[in-house]
Design a protein around this ligand. Sequence first.
Ligand code: COA
Length: 260
Amino acid sequence: MTYENILTSTENGIGQITINRPSKLNALNVATIQELHDAFDAFDKNSEVKVIIITGEGEKAFVAGADISEFANFSIEEGAQLAAQGQELLFDFVENLKTPVIAAVNGFALGGGLELAMSCHFRVASDNAKMGLPEVSLGVIPGYGGTQRLPQLVGKGRAMELIMTAGMIDTETAKSYGLVNHVVPQTELLEFTKGIASKIMRNSPMAIGKAISAINANYKDGVNGFETEIKNFGKCFGTEDFREGTTAFLEKRKADFNGK
Ligand code: COA
């Protein structure tokens, strides 16, 4: 598939998506959100892709936010629809993929950019990155899940302060908050992230998908995470990956998982 606003590639089981609008600091317009949906969907359905990494083109920005020029004149209904469609197509979609998604945050991750990074299963940042949700400085609030995922990741008080001040934090602060797992020099960001991806790839894709679903269940309204864990745990016993994993252990060899 060819895209206008993103680049995709696959290598050694890793699907990489690069948002490619560097002249606009990779701002997320509606067309880019649709392309990202299509690319994530295609990678998730491709059994050769075991881990997805998303990053931004250039040295300056991961994503500097939703494209302000697109929504500046929106009505109340259009604003609500923008948030609803974006959440469904991209942010909730990414969070609930069965394939692990790592954000390699290579610069500014602001507004929708930080919301996209927070939708990913975890984050690695380059040391020049800056993160924040500056929406209230524009007279609006985060609309792509930021008011929900930021408190989940950093705690309510820190999220309140970050959102109310519209401020940016550096990566050391982001790491101390638990917003990013690792901080590395920009030149090492992709190799470092791929190194984590290669550790993930040694394990059962089926079990990883079920673990993502059980972890996410804790954050869903009306869903009991412990019950989801029990159900998903049980389902593993009917899979080829479980048979392979346990047999390989008993036979003292490396497991060769097929994800089924
Ligand atoms: N939407 C649309 N365009 C954006 C954008 C966004 N969120 N963020 C940056 N851009 C565009 C700028 O308009 C500029 O385009 P131009 O060259 O055609 O004028 C280009 O990207 C470069 O940005 P610029 O502001 O010149 O870079 P800078 O280094 O001076 O500042 C930022 C960098 C990130 C501090 C600044 O771009 C910024 O504050 N962006 C908006 C962040 C934001 O509020 N995001 C939340 C949106 S809900």
